[in-house]
Write a protein that binds this ligand. Structure first.
Ligand code: HBI
Ligand code: FE
Length: 289
């Protein structure tokens, strides 16, 4: 019975938020759109406006071109309507979940082109920072790039890889790949460095910080380097990884990861923020393009 919250998927020792009692076997549940209050729709609108007003010069073009697919910016979208439009483009659907779900369930949904979106919205006092993903992070951060065919295929390949990783007990290594691409990834474009990671795109301060600040290191995409790299969950990232294209990301997930996991396990973990001798670094974006 999935009435018991998967406590391991809260942050630290706190159980995750959300009502798991009504969740199905695959952890999906109803969105219950009519339960959102006018105040919640207004909070969503303000979160959306704050991010949408700062995308130019910071978010990648693929995201900027796709964010309109979320529909009206002044209220929380209905997942069934969003899924109709998403399915027509890349055969993905959005499904409601009560909150964080176990990795196997998460991977299994991605492998079936179903993106789990948390149903609940943060509280007003969490306007600037929230520990767990809420509906705004999942919708605004993750869903637009699912309209991009190459990225959509990467997400399914990642899910399929995750199913294999579970059997190889390599979920932690694969979670780092997810973290440094899907959540906090940067992309090098002809106009300069831009953000594509959902954790960056849904964050008021980290969007500018990740692209423009001289503080963090920006390391060239390297699968094993990412799988060895620890990350922080409650501050801006000290290290970001930079891809040259979504195709590069997709191609990197093509091979079987078993030998990669074995190679990574032979090497030391790398602290967040560390820079290794001789590795390719990108400087902060100048903001002139
Ligand atoms: N569950 N709902 C939800 N959303 C996530 O992004 C998520 C998750 N469970 C596990 C998880 N992400 C990460 O550990 C992935 O790397 C697997
Ligand atoms: Fe996320």
């Amino acid at each position: 019975n999935h009435g018991v919250a998967p406590v391991t998927y809260g942050q630290g020792d706190r159980p995750p938020r959300g009502d798991y009692a009504t969740a199905r076997e695959d952890y999906t549940c109803e969105q219950n759109w009519s339960a959102y209050t006018p105040a919640e729709h207004d909070l969503y609108r303000r979160l959306y406006e704050r991010q949408a007003s700062q995308l130019d010069g910071l978010a990648c073009d693929e995201f900027i071109d796709a964010v309109r697919h979320l529909g009206a910016p002044d209220r929380i979208p209905r997942f069934d309507e969003l899924s109709e439009s998403l399915y027509q483009r890349t055969k993905w659907e959005v499904v409601a979940v009560p909150g964080l779900i176990p990795e196997e369930a998460f991977f299994s949904l991605l492998a079936r082109r179903k993106f789990p979106v948390t149903g609940w919205l943060r509280k007003p006092e969490e306007f600037d920072y929230i520990v767990e993903p809420d509906v705004f992070h999942d919708l605004f951060g993750h869903v637009p790039l699912l309209f991009n065919p190459v990225f959509a295929d990467y997400m399914q390949a990642y899910g399929a890889g995750g199913m294999k990783a579970s059997r190889l007990d390599a979920c932690e290594l694969l979670a780092r790949l997810y973290w440094y691409t899907v959540e906090f990834g940067l992309i090098h474009t002809p106009k300069g460095i831009r953000a594509y990671g959902a954790g960056i795109l849904s964050s008021a301060g980290e969007l500018r910080y990740s692209v423009r600040s001289p503080e963090p290191s920006r390391v060239g995409f390297d699968l094993q380097r990412m799988m060895r790299s620890r990350y922080k969950i409650d501050t801006y990232q000290a290290t970001y990884f930079v891809i040259e294209s979504f195709q590069q990301l997709f191609d990197a997930t093509a091979p079987d990861f078993t030998p990669i996991y074995q190679a990574v396990r032979q090497k030391e973990e790398i602290e967040a923020g560390a820079v290794l001798p001789g590795e390719k670094l990108y400087s902060a974006d100048s903001g002139t393009n």
